[in-house]
Design a protein around this ligand. Structure first.
Ligand code: ADP
Length: 397
């Protein structure tokens, strides 16, 4: 890469397309701006920001039949304007599932795309949208190299006892094992903690990524030791619309008693369960915290209880824990959830400083508490940009 080169990151979901633009001078990455297209499929709305201020905006009234290309054109046009003659050196994509094959970022060619297509059943909420964005970029900018950055990759290197299910071995050989997700976020947090609290980062941390999707990761000296998600992003914590860990017998019961098909079970477990299913009100934690409906309280109680129980499991996987870090939408913005979790892990040495928890930035545990507790905003785009740069050769190489 040379001065003037830039990297565009894309995170394509079912109804949104998030992007960031980074200047990639040798040895440094600087964010030039970011934004998103929301409401895809309904009334799409594109907003780009520079230094937090809106720098471009566009609405489309009839989005139902629109392909990704129209939104990408708007993003590329905005990016060109920011580059002032510089070159877009690569596009880095968030890709949820990299399966067993990808332990790090990879250039996206036809062969790699075929491998990633085959993983779609393992991440039906995300993988098809992630890959559609790659294909759309290929159609409009075939000349720009594209790189896949995988949520699973950070967890490669788990001990076999961590990644193995109690199933006959033939299935493991075919790839049926625990992979883990949210790795782009965990990699970012591990890096931030190395800067902010190097001693803690060299020790044993549990990072709680609590967004619409939610998981915990046990990180020891910067490496993932265990995590709550498995083959798919359904396992572990209760999430916005996903059930989290479930007795597998429940699935048999649903099939046998209600005659549910695989597609119906998938819809139930991915889209109609979790906070939404338990509360019957909303998948959005803000709505539940603002509600005085007892079902909202039930959903929050379950969300907190499962985090607390899995913190115990992650601590066990590392033989103890020195720090707990909250991140993502709920982790960064909901002091009440942090307080409820920390009250219930007082046995591990957690004690919050209430004022610091209310402020929610940096270290929030009381001075001298045995378990350090932190709140750190995640930045998956920064990880995508750094990983993308690592596989794009510089013209001077
Ligand atoms: P995603 O997994 O889609 O990236 P986010 O990390 O943006 O999700 O997190 C979304 C979640 O964060 C939602 O449940 C939302 O309610 C929650 N959230 C955002 N802001 C707040 C807030 N101020 N208080 C409580 N929850 C919040």
């Amino acid at each position: 890469m040379t001065t003037g080169d830039a990297i565009l990151t894309l995170n394509a979901g079912s109804s949104s397309l998030k992007f960031s633009l980074f200047a990639a001078a040798p040895g440094a990455l600087a964010r030039l701006g970011d934004g998103q297209v929301e409401g895809i499929g309904e009334a799409p709305h594109f907003v780009a920001r520079v230094n937090g201020k809106v720098s471009a905006e566009r609405r489309w009234p009839h989005g139902a039949e629109m392909a990704h290309e129209a939104f990408l054109e708007a993003i590329f046009t905005w990016a060109d304007g920011q580059l002032a003659g510089g070159r877009l050196a690569a596009v880095g994509h968030r890709i949820v599932h990299g399966g067993a094959a990808f332990a790090g970022p990879a250039r996206l060619d036809a062969g790699v795309m075929a491998q990633l297509d085959a993983l779609t059943p393992l991440a039906p909420l995300h993988q098809p949208h992630n890959l559609a964005a790659v294909r759309a970029v290929t159609r409009i900018h075939a000349d720009v190299p594209q790189v896949g950055c995988f949520d699973t990759a950070f967890h490669h290197g788990h001990a076999p006892v961590v990644s193995r299910f109690g199933l006959p071995r033939q299935y493991e050989a075919e790839g049926v094992r625990r992979y883990g997700f949210h790795g782009l976020s965990y990699e970012y947090i591990a890096g931030r903690m190395r800067t902010l609290a190097p001693e803690l980062a060299a020790g044993r941390m549990i990072v709680a990524h609590l967004g619409n999707g939610a998981s915990l990761c046990a990180i020891q000296d910067g490496r993932s030791i265990d995590t709550t998600m498995g083959l798919t992003a359904l396992d572990g914590l209760v999430m916005g619309t996903r059930c989290g860990a479930l007795d597998p017998g429940v699935i048999l019961y649903l099939q046998q008693t209600y005659g549910m098909t695989a597609a119906e079970v998938e819809d139930l477990l991915y889209r109609r369960s979790g906070l939404l299913g338990v509360s019957g009100i909303s998948a959005d934690m803000r709505d539940l915290l603002a509600s005085d409906d007892p079902r909202a309280r039930d959903a929050i109680d379950l969300f907190v209880f499962r985090i607390v129980r899995e913190i115990g499991a992650m601590a066990a996987a590392m033989g103890g824990v020195d720090g707990l870090v909250f991140t993502a939408g709920i982790g960064e913005n909901a002091p009440r959830i942090r307080a409820e979790v920390c009250e219930r892990v007082a046995w591990l040495g957690a004690a919050l400083d209430p004022a610091a928890n209310a402020a929610g930035q940096g270290r929030i545990s009381a001075p001298g508490a045995r378990l350090q507790v932190w709140t750190i905003p995640t930045d998956e785009e920064a990880t995508i940009a750094a990983q993308t740069r690592s596989v794009i050769p510089s013209p001077n190489d």
